[in-house]
Design a protein. Structure first.
Length: 72
């Protein structure tokens, strides 16, 4: 009897993305209620810019890793 059989870990990527969306929504609504729509829009644009920049940073790191001869 093999009671110590290790199964595969569940993939929580979808749950993480959904919870990120829920959290960013209530944060933006709270900021909208406290400081107004302009502040919420600027925060949303800032988060969007950071997400776009993170793609550029990741591509740059991957290119540097390939130049060094390491697979990513």
């Amino acid at each position: 009897m093999d009671d110590h059989n290790m199964g595969r870990a569940p993939n929580y990527t979808s749950a993480c993305l959904v919870m990120f969306g829920v959290n960013i929504t209530w944060i933006l609504v709270a900021i909208w209620a406290i400081w107004g729509l302009i502040a919420a829009v600027f925060l949303g644009l800032g988060v969007n810019h950071l997400i776009d920049r993170s793609r550029v940073w990741a591509a740059r790191r991957q290119a540097a890793s390939i130049r060094r001869g390491k697979s990513v």
